[in-house]
Design a protein around this ligand. Structure first.
Ligand code: NAD
Length: 486
C-alpha cells in the first residue's frame, strides 16, 4: 500500500498510526455498502480504545520530540505542497471512491474533489501571511509575540463531504505545527485512510497524522483523552453540544462546524428564473445532504405563486438515479438511517398541513432505484416558520417556501432559527442585498447565488458552531498565543 499513485484501496485491514500501517487491537470492522444497491464495495477496520491510546501517543511523541516541531513553517508548507500534487493527480479516483461510500452524485464528488486543490492552496497562501513571531519594542524593553501550535488535535468528521471536512481541518492544523488524530465516520473510512498513503509519500514525518475510523463512543474516548489539547469537530448540533460539554469540563480548545437551516430571501426585484436555477444547486447539492443547503425559501407575497411555480418546475425536473451516472443530479441518501429520517420529515410536513407541491413520501420509480435509499425531491409551500420542517435540519432533498409581507418580516423569519450557518439574498440591487445582509445572523451569506470563497472564514452563528474554518482564520484556530517580555 505504499505506492501513492496506485488505484485507491477498497479494503483496509490496518489503521494508519505513527506513519505505519498498524494492525488494530481487535477484529472490529465495517463492510462499506453502496447506498445505490446495497452491494458490498469495501471494508475497513475500526479503532477501539487501545488503538486511540496508541494513535494519541504517536501524535504526542511527534509533537514533543519529532522533527515536525523543529521544522520551519516553510519546510512544513513544502511537504503540504507535495501532498497537493499527489492528491490532485487522483481527483477522479477519490471522487469515485467517495461516491461508492456515501452515494454522493459523481458530478458533485468530482467537482468538490477538484476544488480541494484550491482549498489547500488557499491555506498555503494564508500560512505565508500568518505572523508566526513578531518582535517589537515596549516602554521598558522588548517583546516577542509568538503563535505556537495548539498541540495534539482530535479531528472528527461526518460522512457527507468526508474528504473536504478532513482536509479543511488537518491541513491548517499541520501548517500551524500541530499533530493530528483524524477520526472519520466508519461508513466513509476508506477515503480518509487513503490520505495516509499520500501524506506518507509526501514526506510527512511519522505520527504527525494518524487515522482511526471509529464510532461515537470511541470518538468520545478520543476527545476526552488527556493528551488531546484541541478538538475540531464537524457534524450535527446534537453531537456538537455533547462534545462541547466534554471539552468544557476539561477546558480544551474547541472548534465546531455544525448544522444549518439556511434561509434564501428573494427580494421583490429578484430575477426569479436565475434565483430558482441557483437554488437547484443551493438547496439540492449532494442530494440535499449539505450543511449549507438553502432549505427555506422566503418569497415576497406579491410574487409568491410565481416563485412556487418556478420552484416546482425546477424540483420536479431534477434527475434522480445511480450516483455514478453523471447525468443524475440527485443520488440516494447515504444510509438507511438518513433515508428514514428524511421520509419521516416528509410525513411530518404533510401532517403539519404544509402544501405538498411536488415529490412526497412515495418511492421514486425506476428499476434502477428499487434497492437504493432514494427519496423524491420534494417541495412544500404554505409553510410557516413554526413548523418542524421549517425549523429542523432535514438533510435531504426537501425544500420549503414561506411567504413574507415586508423585508423586516423576511429578516425576522430568517433569524428565527436556532441555526446561523449560511443564508442567501437575491436581488437586482446588489447594494440593497448587501445592506440586508447586515441584519441576518449567519456566518456566510451568498448574494445572487455566488459560490463560497476559500480565503474567507467559514462557520456558524448561534447553534451552527464555534470558531471559523478556512483561510488565515482557519489556521489561527490551531494556534496558542505566547507573549514574552525581554
Ligand atoms: P454526527 O454528528 O452524527 O457525526 C459526525 C461525526 O461525529 C462522526 O464521525 C461521528 O462518529 C462523530 N460523533 C458523533 N457523536 C459523537 C460524540 N458524542 N463524541 C465524539 N464523536 C462523535 O453527524 P453526521 O450525521 O455524520 O453529519 C451530518 C451533520 O454534519 C449535519 O448536521 C450537517 O449539517 C453537519 N455538517 C456541518 C458542516 C459544517 O461545515 N458546518 C459540514 C458538513 C456537515
Amino acid at each position: 500500500m505504499s505506492d501513492a499513485t496506485q488505484t485507491l484501496a477498497k479494503n483496509y485491514s490496518q489503521l494508519f498510526i505513527g506513519g505505519e500501517w498498524v494492525s488494530p487491537s481487535t477484529d472490529s470492522k465495517i463492510e462499506i455498502r453502496s447506498p445505490h444497491d446495497q452491494s458490498v464495495t469495501g471494508s475497513a477496520v475500526l479503532a477501539e480504545k487501545a488503538d486511540i491510546d496508541t494513535a494519541v501517543d504517536a501524535a504526542y511523541t511527534a509533537l514533543k520530540s519529532g522533527p515536525w516541531g523543529k521544522m520551519t513553517p516553510e519546510k512544513r508548507q513544502a511537504i503540504i505542497e507535495h501532498f497537493v500534487e499527489l492528491h490532485d493527480a487522483q481527483v477522479n479516483e477519490f471522487a469515485g471512491l467517495i461516491t461508492s461510500e456515501n452515494g454522493s452524485p459523481i458530478w458533485f464528488t468530482g467537482m468538490l474533489q477538484g476544488l480541494l486543490k484550491l482549498q489547500t492552496e488557499s491555506f498555503l497562501r494564508a500560512a505565508k501571511n500568518v505572523e508566526w513571531e513578531i518582535r517589537q519594542p515596549t516602554y521598558t524593553g522588548e517583546k516577542v509575540i509568538r503563535r505556537e501550535p495548539a498541540g495534539v488535535v482530535a479531528a472528527i468528521i461526518p460522512w457527507n463531504v468526508p474528504q473536504q471536512s478532513a482536509l479543511i481541518k488537518i491541513i491548517p492544523a499541520m501548517l500551524a505545527g500541530c499533530t493530528v488524530v483524524l477520526k472519520p465516520t466508519p461508513a466513509t473510512a476508506l477515503d480518509s485512510l487513503a490520505l495516509g498513503e499520500l501524506f506518507k509519500a509526501a514526506g510527512l514525518p511519522d505520527g504527525v497524522l494518524n487515522i482511526v475510523p471509529a464510532g461515537r463512543e470511541i470518538g468520545e474516548y478520543l476527545i476526552s483523552h488527556p493528551k488531546v489539547d484541541k478538538i475540531t469537530f464537524t457534524g450535527s448540533t446534537v453531537a456538537g453540544k455533547k462534545i462541547a460539554a466534554i471539552a468544557g469540563s476539561q477546558m480544551k480548545r474547541v472548534s465546531m462546524e455544525l448544522g444549518g437551516k439556511a434561509a434564501a430571501i428573494l427580494l421583490k426585484d429578484a430575477d426569479i428564473a436565475a434565483a430558482v436555477e441557483s437554488l437547484k444547486f443551493g438547496a439540492f447539492v449532494n442530494s440535499g445532504q449539505s450543511c449549507l443547503a438553502k432549505t427555506r425559501v422566503l418569497a415576497p407575497r406579491e410574487k409568491y405563486e410565481q416563485i412556487v411555480t418556478a420552484l416546482s418546475e425546477m424540483v420536479s425536473a431534477l434527475s434522480i438515479g445511480n450516483p455514478f451516472n453523471a447525468g443524475n443530479f440527485i443520488g440516494p441518501m447515504a444510509s438507511q438511517q438518513q433515508y428514514e429520517k428524511v421520509r419521516n420529515y416528509i410525513q411530518i410536513g404533510i401532517q403539519e398541513g404544509a402544501r405538498l407541491v411536488t415529490g412526497g413520501p412515495e418511492l421514486p420509480t425506476g428499476e434502477d432505484l428499487k434497492d437504493g435509499w432514494y427519496i423524491k425531491p420534494t417541495l412544500f409551500a404554505d409553510v410557516h416558520n413554526q413548523m418542524r420542517i421549517a425549523r429542523e435540519e432535514i438533510f435531504g432533498p426537501v425544500l420549503v417556501v414561506i411567504p413574507y409581507d415586508n423585508i423586516e418580516e423576511a429578516v425576522m423569519i430568517a433569524n428565527d432559527s436556532e441555526y446561523g450557518l449560511c443564508a442567501a439574498v437575491y436581488s437586482a440591487d446588489k447594494e440593497a442585498a448587501l445592506e440586508i445582509s447586515r441584519y441576518i445572523d449567519a456566518g456566510s451569506i451568498s448574494i445572487n447565488g455566488a459560490f463560497l470563497d476559500f480565503d474567507s472564514p467559514f462557520g456558524g452563528y448561534k447553534k451552527s458552531g464555534i470558531g471559523r474554518e478556512a483561510g488565515i482564520y482557519g489556521i489561527e484556530e490551531f494556534t496558542e498565543l505566547k507573549a514574552l517580555t525581554l
